[in-house]
Ligand binder design. Structure first.
Ligand code: ADP
Ligand code: MG
Length: 237
């Protein structure tokens, strides 16, 4: 799905979190959204998914204006830093839940859940509860749950920030595999080598606006803007 953000703005009381943000994501493109804490990354993802209404601007999915469309109709998979699994449900139950709400028949739900579980390597954990999983396993289940709806776009908001380095690597490998699929994706991450190697393009944000954008290798290895350079010297590769 092709996604157009046309001068998107978000104001909270006295803060402008995102200011006239414009970008186009081509179908199947993987964009990494980088920038310092508080620059508006989460706000932007939440407006795309429909959780937050925009204060101004338009959002288009394949030329359809979805600016006022409710989140459940947008077909977007969202994965947060904190996996927020349903604690009383098994892994199978968690992955199937969105399908159940969409009234997918049971046999098909189970088949699809098993397929997706293989993709993110949690197929051997289907009968466990979240409390019986490592953080990396929980995050992979959260990714599976988002994928189960067969989303037209996937958004990842710092999906590895709550994980230690080993588990981070585990989740990044899964994201790397997903990158080969033809789903349009935005990943907010502080893993610069991942962004460089896996993203097609980088958007670097600061203060609610795009400061620099370009092919991932170019932005990470040869940033032009001072703020990008400062950010990269902090997070490094
Ligand atoms: P990031 O994800 O890049 O760290 P955020 O999108 O969370 O940044 O926040 C961008 C700015 O908007 C920050 O100044 C933050 O304090 C502010 N902000 C975010 N959510 C709210 C909210 N619900 N109410 C008021 N201000 C908010
Ligand atoms: Mg954030």
């Amino acid at each position: 799905m092709r996604v157009v953000l046309d001068h998107i703005t978000k104001r909270f009381a006295d803060v402008t979190a995102v200011s006239e943000f414009s970008a186009t994501l081509e179908d199947g493109e993987l964009v990494s959204l980088l920038g310092p804490s508080g620059c508006g990354k989460s706000t932007l993802l939440n407006m795309l998914s429909g959780i937050l209404p925009v204060s101004g601007g338009k959002i288009y999915f394949d030329d359809q204006d979805v600016t006022s469309m409710p989140p459940e109709k947008r077909g977007i998979g969202l994965v947060f830093q904190n996996y927020a699994l349903y604690p009383h449900m098994t892994v199978m139950g968690n992955i199937c839940f969105p399908l159940e709400t969409q009234r997918v028949p049971k046999a098909e739900r189970i088949e699809r859940a098993n397929e997706i579980a293989k993709l993110v390597h949690v197929d051997m954990l289907m009968n466990r509860k979240p409390s019986e999983l490592s953080g990396g396993q929980q995050q992979r289940v959260a990714i599976a749950r988002a994928l189960a709806m067969e989303p037209k776009m996937m958004l990842f908001d710092e999906p590895t920030s709550a994980l230690d380095p080993e588990l981070t690597g585990e989740v990044l490998r899964v994201l790397r595999d997903l990158a080969d699929q033809k789903t349009t994706m935005i990943i907010v991450t502080h893993e610069m080598s991942f962004a460089r190697d896996v993203a097609d393009r980088i958007l670097f944000m600061d203060g609610g606006v795009v400061v620099e954008e370009g092919p991932a290798h170019q932005v990470i290895e040869h940033p032009h803007e001072e703020r990008t350079k400062q950010f990269l010297s902090h997070y490094g590769t």
